[in-house]
Design a protein around this ligand. Sequence first.
Ligand code: X90
Length: 282
Amino acid sequence: MENRFNYKIVADSSADLPALAEVNYAQVPLLIRAGQNEYLDDETLDVHAMVEDLRQYKGRSTTACPGIGDWLAAFDGADAVFAVSITSALSGGYNAAVAAGETYCQEHPGACVHVLDSRSTGPEMRLLVEKLREYVLAAEPPERIWQKIQRYARHTHLLFSLESLTNLAGNGRVHPAVAAAVGILGIRIVGCASEKGELHPLAKCRGESKALAELLRQMERMGYRGGKVRIDHCENEPAALLIRHALLKQGYHDVEIHRCRGLCSYYAEKGGILIGFEDGGV
Ligand code: X90
């Protein structure tokens, strides 16, 4: 199918997706600040070095979402834009993208910009972007893509296992009481992104093997029936491989492993695992 649209997919860097083949794609970076050091979460960031620096650094650190100008620059050249942002419940990135969309449409009559609030981050955003890519490659009309991606997003989910909530709590992204429970050595918190896109704790697990079993159990409870699975990890490939192995053994095959980039590494911290997956309703 051929049509007249010049499509572009844009996602912020919390999607852990610096590049995407065969379609017009741009990533807008978030920023991590620790004292004098600034880490721009673009494709050149040395994530491992950043994680090591941050482990040494005991002062205050913060993050900043992309601003309106960053999104605007990323939309450039397109007349049918699909932007995917980190959850609006925890970041201003979505609002900035929406404002950029309004400006872009004023400046480019006839263009359309659709901004999807992922209500999530990391590998669930990857699923949304991969699906948008399918629709764009099929040259579906923008309005139809917009309808379909919103429906699809109701059937994707995010689970995670974290060893530390220090940075989430320090930046007011999680209740201090939840963070305190995880400070204890060896305790991992397993949780999910809620409907609203907030961090929702589900279980405290002693030791990694219990946390991995809990993740698999929760996937099933949340409706996983063998659909796509995307695992992002922060310096914890062994855990990601164990989860993939368990899924492959059950006969499920569409399971990919990727590394967290800067923003997700900062918040998920060393050892963190994020799992984006489709439920059986897709
Ligand atoms: O605007 C900003 O400065 C960015 C703030 C982002 C805060 C949350 C990032 C979460 C990253 C951590 C584990 C998964 C939690 C998912 C809850 C939806 C990943």
